[in-house]
Design a protein around this ligand. Structure first.
Ligand SMILES: *Cc1c(COP(=O)(O)O)cnc(C)c1O
Length: 261
């Protein structure tokens, strides 16, 4: 696609969000996020390569994802399975690894298991069972992160931290799932003294279980508003949307009902 064709395909909404030159906007944003990751790593005495950036593309149209792919991004995170499926069809010519990071209802499992390579919101035994059953049928495996509710009142999805130990003990019943680590959404606040305890709780949970389960070691935590603090607290994966792709038109309450309060 030539640059001219790209610009012509932009709707008014796209222009508002991405400007008249979405490719340069995107590239500048991405470079800035990489710089911020490097600085946070420096402060924490970590290597920048030790942090995986998972770009989150919910509400971002497929033609913008194409720029991201051309810039070298291969993993894309989506919150909702239907939206991910639509983009997958639009971008079928690209070998993208799709990660689903949002809560999944058991009746939607069959869509996810057809194409996703990673699921970051595993939060119940019922879901683990359903996923494993479908994966069996598709003859596929799936990397999973166990979602933990580290903020109690602010996030209604995710396991209670007290239930995580028992949950892990049962995961061997689902051989098609490859548990990689833990995922959390911290408290929604710009006050990092309130956010950091959520990250620390996830890290402590991991530290407590990792000796018996060394392969469940990664921490997926940190988003546009808090990824630097998350890296300082030990994040291995940061899930960043708006800092790369611009502000979302939909309110957060669309994804997390409790974010409105
Ligand atoms: C949208 C989303 C993110 C990224 O949020 P931004 O504010 O866009 O960085 C991270 N994790 C999950 C589960 C999300 O749904």
């Amino acid at each position: 696609m030539t640059e001219l064709e790209t610009v012509q395909s932009l709707s008014d909404d796209d222009l508002d969000r991405f400007g008249s030159d979405p490719r340069s906007t995107f590239e500048a944003n991405l470079a800035s996020v990489h710089r911020r990751i490097a600085h946070a790593c420096q402060r924490a005495g970590r290597r920048p390569e030790s942090v995986r950036l998972l770009p989150i593309t919910k509400t971002v149209p497929a033609h913008i994802l194409r720029f991201a792919f051309e810039a070298g991004i291969r993993d894309f995170g989506e919150n909702k399975i239907q939206e991910a499926q639509g983009k997958r069809e639009a971008l079928h010519d690209l070998s993208i690894r799709w990660s689903i990071v949002g809560h999944l209802q058991t009746n939607k499992v069959k869509y996810l298991t057809r194409f996703a390579t990673e699921f970051q919101a595993l939060d119940s035994t019922k879901l683990a069972h359903e996923l494993n059953k479908r994966l069996e049928r598709e003859e596929r495996d799936l990397d999973v992160f166990i979602q933990v509710n580290t903020s109690q009142e602010a996030s209604k999805f995710g396991l209670d931290p007290r239930d995580v130990g028992a949950f892990i003990e049962n995961l061997h019943q689902y051989p098609r799932l490859n548990p990689k680590g833990f995922m959390t959404l911290a408290l929604f606040s710009s006050d990092m003294t309130k956010v950091r305890p959520c990250f620390r709780l996830l890290r402590e949970l991991r530290d407590r279980t990792v000796r018996a389960h060394p392969h469940i070691g990664q921490l997926s935590m940190g988003m546009s508003g808090d990824f630097e603090a998350a890296i300082e607290e030990g994040a291995d994966v940061v899930r960043v949307g708006q800092a790369i792709f611009g502000k979302r038109p939909t309110p957060d309450s669309f994804y997390w009902p409790e974010a409105a309060v």
